[in-house]
Design a protein around this ligand. Structure first.
Ligand code: TUI
Length: 319
């Protein structure tokens, strides 16, 4: 099965592993790319040396294509832009902002640029600036999110641009992937299910939170102060949302609230503090109940999508 995305990137499966900060390291991205998907290193807020070590790791694991996600709120964003160019990284995805000012440098270096967009307006702007594709990520996703749902965003972005669209947010299996293709996507990006992959180095406590989560267990924090983030409900998320109420009542400063979030993702992913740390995960966590290898996950999604698409097509074949 081929789409413009599998051809553009020379990958077997039209499946990206989300570039999740702290989680998407060289081991995870290397395993996904090696198995035929697009593994993506999550730059997050990491300094250049850390991202470079992860790039070296992927290159040691596989010769296949991989990407680096540049989180545009990072204090090290300029360094990471330099790094991906120096290292000959072929694919860059961006998140949490507008990568417009780096586009020319990426293209001069022959990099395929795929920004995450939370709206049709940004998708169109990215297409005009020469983006090779866009990832339309709905608010079902974990981590930093926009306002629209995946269902409405993917459909409207696919209608508005001519470049290929990757659907993300709320996808964890073949049925979800098939739904994205029906909406006009030519690949899917998946985060939460890869957090619990065998090759993922996320702390077991973090994985267990996802494996045990139900459909309604995530909440959005920092909608008032900071950047909206979806995570599994815990003491931190509850405290953050209470602090925001206090802020609106004039009883707390923005700085005091932002303090709560500092280092919270690292605390959960690396140290396993899933009480006071931020357990970022998508709403589809309720469907994720097994630790598997990246190869097993990719095959399950790909074959699962093929199965339901064929079954559904058969139902419509007489019309
Ligand atoms: O970036 C993500 N997900 C993330 S980043 C992250 S690290 C972080 N932690 C705490 C606070 C903030 C960041 C954890 N999860 N997904 C991609 C994404 N991009 N979601 C939303 C956006 C986005 C939002 C606004 C992309 C562009 C944008 O543009 C605004 C503009 O400048 O036009």
């Amino acid at each position: 099965m081929k789409t413009r995305i599998t051809e553009l990137l020379n990958i077997n499966y039209p499946i990206f592993q989300g570039g999740m900060a702290w989680v998407a390291d060289g081991d995870l991205a290397g395993a996904v790319s090696n198995a035929g998907g697009l593994g993506i290193i999550g730059g997050g807020n990491a300094p250049k040396e850390v991202v470079k070590a992860n790039i070296d790791k992927v290159k040691a694991i596989t010769n296949k294509p991989f990407g680096v996600n540049i989180m545009l709120l990072s204090p090290f964003v300029e360094d990471i832009v330099d790094l991906v160019i120096e290292e000959g990284v072929k694919v860059v995805t961006t998140g949490a902002g507008n990568p417009g000012k780096y586009m020319e440098r990426f293209h001069n270096a022959g990099i395929t640029v795929i920004p995450v967009v939370p709206s049709v307006a940004l998708a169109k702007r990215m297409e005009k600036l020469g983006a090779d594709a866009v990832i339309a990520e709905g608010m079902e996703a974990g981590g930093h999110i926009g306002k629209l749902t995946t269902m409405t965003l993917v459909r409207q972005v696919a209608d508005a641009v001519s470049i290929p669209v990757i659907g993300a947010g709320g996808v964890a299996d073949g049925r979800g992937a098939a739904a994205m293709f029906m909406l006009g996507a030519e690949a899917v990006q998946i985060g939460t299910r890869f957090v619990v992959a065998k090759e993922s180095n996320a702390h077991q406590n973090f994985k267990d939170k996802i494996l045990k989560a139900k459909d309604i267990d995530t909440v959005v924090s920092a909608s008032v102060v900071g950047h909206p983030v979806r995570a599994i409900k815990n003491k931190l998320a509850t405290a953050y949302n209470q602090a925001e109420k206090d802020f609106l009542a004039g009883k707390k400063s923005a700085e005091e609230i932002e303090e709560l979030g500092a280092g919270a993702l690292r605390n959960a992913v690396v140290d396993g503090d899933v009480v006071n740390g931020s357990v970022m995960a998508g709403q589809i966590a309720g469907l994720v109940s097994k630790e598997e290898t990246c190869a097993e996950i990719l095959e399950d999604i790909y074959l699962g999508a093929a199965k339901v698409i064929k079954e559904e097509a058969a139902r419509w074949s007489d019309i």
